[in-house]
Design a protein around this ligand. Structure first.
Ligand SMILES: [Zn+2]
Length: 488
């Protein structure tokens, strides 16, 4: 009798511990499993509340997990380490699973090969859990591709069309980090990819999908979506209420790519463009890792805008009439000295300048070699920011600011060529950038680096960007990270 009570007491204790672990997001039984690192266990045992974000590896089920009080995502690693698939995203508030079958997880092409979480070309290496700012947790899963190990898996038997087949993968070797991050007080999981090239030939990526998820599997016949700017909201009821999940693509401007495939019940989010005829390419060079912009998965009605604050967002739209308190200048004179004279004469009022960042007047600059590859008939030539013109522009702005400080600098005018309402980049490789589609990614990078530089050099200056310059009608998360104002 006595021993039975003791047993029951022990069982009760174990049961309590099991519940604590389940709540903490680690459903592994603790008694037997020795594959769990002690750090994982410590993380799992930490009490879960609104302030806790966690991540770990559940060795018994071969699953990575991360989450907080709102969401939990579980990612299954196949036993042979070649496949990585999200198997569930649980909305803890409603108790609903947004993903109830295994995902493709990610996708991209190199040469003629398609890589994804399901195709078995990549090999799992290791994982890291990193504590970030303000209690955030980052899970990094490392996978790699080494052409030497996989050549044997590629069919090299000759065919009539190809009598001397060569391995298509003979010259590349890379490492991929699949990164996830959760934050304590937001129903949000971020995900991004980092590519590291480990061979001398450039790794050329195409068709990059950061997130490929089967969405709302139990509700597939009612799948409804709504896209605004960089958000894709997915509902399961016809009146667009009870939003379950939203994917926010943090890729800038026209680079955002969304695809809802109702036949396959999947949502793909990544880099590309509906206004480009071809997919975005990204070259990765040896020792120069490239981060592919983040896709955030949020639950309920939580929008990433809330991180910035909606009132703040509204104040960040700037119309011409909002500029009444400024002395507004358009950068149109033939030379900089005329403008600085004008600016100096207007002391007292705040000064705002619309700077046509890639289209300064023809009279002012006449450098055909700096122009975009295919100038249209328009009277205003567009210069390639990735050419030497970019350096010239930075210098010109510095000269201007040093002689006559501005309060607000708004980047205006087109930076890409608009042909049949499709925005095109520059394919003059003599500018030092790869081909046209790749120049778009790099031009946005230039804009963001320019913003960082100006903020660092002139911390009091506010920066704005116009819709024409940014390439889309609505600002997005990437834009808000680098610019104070968006001018529609
Ligand atoms: Zn160029």
């Amino acid at each position: 009798m006595h021993s039975s009570h003791q047993l029951q007491w022990h069982l009760a204790r174990l049961w309590t511990l099991a519940i604590a672990l389940t709540v903490a997001g680690c459903v592994t039984s603790t008694q037997k499993n020795t594959r769990i690192a002690s750090t994982d266990l410590q993380q799992a045992l930490r009490p879960v509340n609104g302030k806790t974000a966690y991540a770990g590896f559940d060795g018994q089920h071969n699953q990575f997990y991360l989450g907080n009080a709102f969401l939990e995502r579980r990612i299954l690693l196949s036993v042979d380490g070649t496949r990585l698939q999200t198997i569930s995203i649980l909305d803890k508030v409603t108790g609903r699973y947004s993903v109830a079958q295994a995902s493709e997880e990610f996708r991209f092409q190199v040469a003629n090969l398609t890589f994804s979480g399901t195709d078995s070309l990549l090999r799992y290496q290791r994982y890291d859990i990193v504590s970030g700012l303000e209690g955030s947790r980052k899970l990094i899963i490392w996978m790699s591709y080494d052409s030497v190990t996989t050549e044997s898996e590629i069919d090299l038997s000759p065919t009539l069309n190809n009598l001397f087949p060569r391995p298509r993968s003979s010259n590349f070797n890379f490492r991929l980090q699949i990164c996830y991050q959760t934050y304590p007080n937001q129903p949000r999981i971020d995900k991004w990819l980092v590519f590291e090239n480990r061979s001398n030939t450039p790794l050329v990526l195409q068709g990059i999908v950061v997130e490929s998820l089967p969405i709302l599997y139990p509700y597939r016949f009612q799948l409804l979506t709504k896209r605004t700017g960089g958000h894709l909201e997915i509902y399961h009821s016809p009146d667009l209420s009870g939003q379950m999940i939203a994917l926010t693509n943090q890729a800038p401007g026209i680079l955002k790519f969304f695809d809802v495939d109702r036949q396959q019940d999947t949502v793909s989010v990544g880099l590309g463009s509906s206004t480009l005829n071809h997919s975005t390419k990204i070259s990765v060079f040896l020792n120069q890792p490239v981060k592919i912009p983040t896709v955030s998965c949020t639950a309920g009605t939580f929008m990433l805008d809330q991180v910035l604050g909606q009132t703040v967002i509204n104040q960040r739209y700037l119309k011409r009439e909002d500029l009444k308190s400024y002395h507004v200048l358009d950068f149109e004179p033939d030379n900089l000295s005329a403008l600085t004279d004008e600016l100096s004469g207007k002391a007292g009022r705040r000064r705002a300048l619309f700077l046509p960042v890639a289209t300064v007047g023809k009279e002012f600059l006449d450098r055909l070699d700096w122009q975009l590859s295919n100038p249209t008939d328009s009277t205003v030539p567009i210069y390639c920011l990735l050419s030497e013109y970019g350096f010239f522009m930075v210098k010109a702005v510095e000269d201007l600011m040093d002689r006559c400080p501005l309060d607000l600098l708004i980047l205006a005018g087109p930076i890409f060529e608009n042909r049949n309402s499709a925005l095109l980049g520059c394919d003059k490789i003599e500018h030092g950038h790869p081909d046209r589609s790749e120049s778009i990614f790099l031009t946005y990078k230039w804009l963001f680096n320019f913003s960082l530089y100006i903020r660092n050099q002139y911390p009091d200056v506010k920066l704005g960007v116009t819709a024409v310059t940014y390439g889309v009608d609505l600002p997005d998360y990437a834009c808000w990270q680098y610019f104070d104002f968006f001018v529609p």
